[in-house]
Design a protein around this ligand. Structure first.
Ligand code: HXC
Ligand code: NAP
Length: 269
């Protein structure tokens, strides 16, 4: 990455930062010079991410916790700030996803995704507020195209991510007076991620997605990390309350894409 050193001396916390897009963001923040703490449920994934971040040459910390657990999130964020100092950058990207039409979904299934994606994000932002650098902190939430466009079998995700967008704007509005900026990123379909493995598992489905993207390709984890780096740095010091799509123009293409024909739905319970 060309941004070496722009976050030197800064402290960053990435919730859900142990795989995929969020780990790519954590790595980009580390390569830009920040110390980085990550949090997710699996101790094994946490240990792997911390080792990867330390190999970049910065300080790294890791916490095994579930974002649904408010106390555990608050304890991890406080512990990270006690060691690294007030947080300059906070990223909230933990999320859960499965395809399930609403008529087949249990209340618990719906609630699970709301609790991880939306309430979990509130837990992260709220705890980070107490130990954020004021003024100066940049908070970044990871949303999804489902926040503005309904996909078939994604009512739970759409509801959760729409909430994430409005939470981002609401907190940007309230916390601007503390000098805290909040923005969200909407990744499009990103290569080599758990999310696309779940939503687009076959070659045929992948081709349909690529055809629907005006730029005619999946995005890369690095595409998203570059936006996060911009939002984390002083280059975006007057940008707050925005939801930035990095999706190859996919949102221009409409919602029909993720409505599979009846004949291809058998594998979905
Ligand atoms: C219907 C399902 C289901 C499925 C789970 N549930 N999977 N319902 N179809 N395929 C229901 C269960 O039946 C249960 O309700 C409830 O959800 C909770 O399930 P658990 O397995 O107990 O939950 P938990 O162990 O907390 O796991 C959460 C999870 C899991 C979301 C279900 O998949 C997970 O941990 N995911 C994290 C990784 C991930 O999803 N990454 C992708 C993020 S990508 P009942 O009533 O039966 O007890 C993304 C957006 C991508 O978010 C956008 C791309 C454009
Ligand atoms: P991923 O690799 O599954 O990343 C999810 C991360 O969150 C993992 O580190 C996971 O680790 C953690 N996590 C999940 N549930 C958690 C919980 N309850 N508490 C704490 N941590 C939890 O998925 P991804 O595809 O890269 O997606 C990352 C983000 O980008 C998500 O917010 C997703 O909605 C968004 N997004 C992805 C795409 C895409 O194309 N992939 C498109 C649009 C938006 P543990 O399993 O250890 O908890």
């Amino acid at each position: 990455m060309s941004q070496t050193g722009i976050l030197k001396g800064k402290a960053a916390f990435v919730a859900g930062g142990t795989s995929g897009i969020n780990l790519g963001i954590a790595r980009a923040l580390a390569e830009a010079g920040a110390s980085v703490a990550v949090l997710s449920r699996s101790q094994e994934k946490v240990d792997g991410a911390v080792a990867e971040l330390r190999s970049v040459g910065v300080g790294a910390l890791g916490y095994a916790a579930d974002v649904r657990n408010e106390e555990a999130v608050a304890a991890a964020i406080k512990a990270a700030a006690d060691t690294m100092g007030p947080l300059d950058v906070v990223v909230s990207g933990a999320a859960g996803n499965f395809i399930c039409p609403a008529a087949a979904m249990s209340g618990k299934g719906f609630r699970t995704v709301i609790e991880i994606d939306l309430i979990g994000t509130f837990h992260v932002m709220r705890a980070a507020f107490d130990v954020a650098r004021k003024p100066g902190c940049s908070m970044i939430n990871i949303s999804a195209p489902q926040s503005t466009m309904p996909y078939w079998g994604q009512a739970h995700v759409s509801a959760a991510k729409a909430g994430v967008d409005m939470l981002t704007k609401s907190l940007a509005y309230e916390w601007g007076e503390y000098g805290i900026r909040l923005n969200a990123i909407v990744p499009g379909p990103i290569e080599g991620t758990e999310g696309m493995k779940r939503l687009s598992p076959t070659d045929e489905a992948r081709r349909a997605v690529e055809d629907s993207v005006p730029l005619r390709r999946y995005g890369t984890i690095s595409d998203i990390a570059e936006i996060a780096l911009f939002l984390a740095s002083d280059q975006s010091s007057y940008v707050t309350g925005t939801v930035i799509a990095c999706d190859g123009g996919q949102l221009l293409a409409g919602a029909g894409l993720f409505r599979p024909p009846l004949t291809t739905r058998q594998h979905i319970r």
